[in-house]
Design a protein around this ligand. Structure first.
Ligand code: IMP
Length: 191
């Protein structure tokens, strides 16, 4: 059993939360995106840049679903007040390890939500002068967008609900779940 965030906020057991996408549904979409990317980048090589920590599992699966040469790197950001009412400020806390100038880059994210994180990262990556830059996001919550940005590859568009699993967390818990589940709305307040 997990500990609690605060005495009054329990972590519901995974099995009690409704499954939004099963492991198999996710695997199927990742395979499709992998095929699409492999066709579009035929003869090239790609650098996948994952946004820690949420995108780690999606990136691991996507990298193996892409048949063209690919390497990967990670960035980490902190956003002041990751909450629904956020100041919008995003700060880089871990940069890429290797240069990407002249390379075909795909930024890999778990969820495209307000868009603040990816629009900040896109601007930052463009400063490195990659040959091309695209975005792959496992999930997309189009209703929540505050800045105009779209992903080039999306596994699933979802309504405005808080989700966990397949890399996505609530207070660092549930990232390891194989399915994507709906977190109870009444407990997701402030996220
Ligand atoms: P945004 O697009 O800058 O608002 O932020 C996207 C980030 O917020 C994602 O990478 C996630 O870390 C986090 N996030 C947004 N919605 C959810 C959710 O439903 N579950 C878990 N994390 C979320």
């Amino acid at each position: 059993m997990f500990k609690t965030v605060a005495p009054s906020i329990p972590f519901p057991p995974a099995a009690s939360m409704e499954v939004l996408f099963t492991q198999n549904q996710i695997a199927e979409r990742v395979r499709e995106i992998g095929r699409q990317i492999s066709e579009e980048y035929a003869g090239e090589s790609i650098v996948l840049i994952g946004v820690l920590k949420g995108a780690a599992i999606f990136l691991a699966d996507l990298a193996r679903a892409i048949s063209v040469d690919n390497t990967f790197d990670f960035v980490a950001v902190s956003s002041y007040g990751r909450a629904r009412v956020s100041s919008g400020a995003v700060k880089l806390i871990k940069d890429i390890d290797n240069p990407i100038e002249g390379k075909h880059v795909i930024l890999v994210e778990d969820i495209l939500d307000t868009g603040l994180t990816l629009s900040y990262l896109r601007g930052l990556m463009l400063q490195h002068k990659p040959a091309s830059l695209k975005i792959a996001s496992c999930l997309d919550k189009p209703e929540r967008r505050l800045v105009p940005i779209e992903a080039d590859y999306v596994a699933f568009a979802i309504p405005n609900r808080f989700v966990i699993g397949y890399g996505m967390d609530y207070a660092e818990v549930y990232r390891n779940l194989a399915d994507i589940r709906l977190f109870p709305e009444e407990l997701a307040v402030g996220h």
